[in-house]
Design a protein. Structure first.
Length: 309
């Protein structure tokens, strides 16, 4: 059973509408607390919205588009409310088009025929149910989207927290490395790069941490140095002429004559890290080449972690 509000000035029209709707088992009530629509669309709109109805049957007052204004205001507060308008006198086509565009399900000429009224009421109630169902679906989807965004935001915050903690850990390791110890000083680190500037820069930071640093200007010389010096930790560029970092790593890891070592690849592109760390390459760690001070702290710490392996 639907709840239908009526606001009809002509007694005979109101009587026909009420008897027809109640005969179809609908609950029919007068629009509460509203005077004539001419008293202002806002008052009628409040009464319609506060009535919590499914549909409203109203006189269509075309003067100053009062009924249309009331419909607009009512739907701002009760968006699913549907309207059927009763036309007691002829109006221009522009008024009819405006009323239909603003949500009227139908405009019926008086005197009202019961079968016509019930036909349009049925359509209006069906449309109202569809609107409600669609709105509930959208609200449910919005709640799901909000929940997923909340979870995503929480995950992003957790990732950020972990990254900050990781940076603190690297900084702590780096600070612990700043006091030279005999065991650390005896640990040889081989740097392999075709960039003289990069070799010098990396060597300075690692020697400041107390490590013994060896260098090689390319992959082939790096392989020779590794076999001659047996470094504990090897840091290599990914791309070099002759013998690249991945090929160098495989050569060293497959040489049973060499002592166990910790092999680190440096790359300019973060996108390449996942590929570099594939098991078949046997690389122990991969990091983006540092450029900022905090990145050098991480670089030094990750090199130093090779002492624990």
């Amino acid at each position: 059973m639907a709840r239908i509000l009526i606001k009809l000035e002509a007694p005979e029209t109101a009587d026909v509408v009420r008897r027809t709707l109640e005969g179809a088992n609908h609950r029919v009530d007068e629009v509460p607390g509203a005077g004539p629509a001419a008293e202002g669309p806002a008052k009628l709109a409040r009464a319609l919205a506060d009535g919590e109805a499914d549909l409203a049957v109203l006189d269509f007052l075309a003067e100053d588009a009062l009924t249309v204004k009331a419909m607009q205001m009512a739907r701002d507060r009760a968006p699913h409310l549907k309207f059927i308008l009763i036309l007691n006198e002829p109006v221009g086509a522009e008024h009819l088009i405006l009323a239909l565009n603003e949500g009227a399900m139908a405009v019926i000429n008086a005197p009202v025929k019961p079968e016509t009224l019930l036909n349009y009421v049925g359509r209006g109630l069906a449309a109202q149910k569809e609107d409600k169902a669609r709105s509930e679906d959208l609200e449910r989807l919005q709640r799901v989207a909000d929940h997923e965004k909340s979870c995503s935001d929480e995950q992003a915050m957790e990732v950020g927290r972990c990254k900050r903690q990781l940076r603190l850990n690297y900084r702590l390791i780096n600070r612990l490395m700043t006091t030279p110890r005999a065991a650390i000083g005896q640990t040889r680190v081989l740097l392999v790069s075709d960039s003289a500037y990069q070799l010098e820069l990396f060597q300075k930071h690692l020697e400041n941490a107390g490590l013994t640093v060896l260098t090689a200007p390319d992959g082939l010389k790096g392989l020779d140095e590794a076999r001659a010096s047996r470094p504990r930790i090897i840091v290599s560029d990914l791309e070099m002429p002759g013998l690249g970092g991945l090929e160098l790593c495989r050569e060293i890891k497959n040489d049973e004559a060499l002592a166990p070592n910790h092999f680190i690849i440096c790359t300019a592109s973060e996108d390449k890290i996942e590929d570099v760390l594939k098991p078949e390459h046997k690389v122990d760690d991969c990091l983006v080449k540092p450029s900022r001070p905090e990145q050098f702290e991480e670089f030094t710490a990750r090199v130093a972690l090779g002492l624990l392996v």
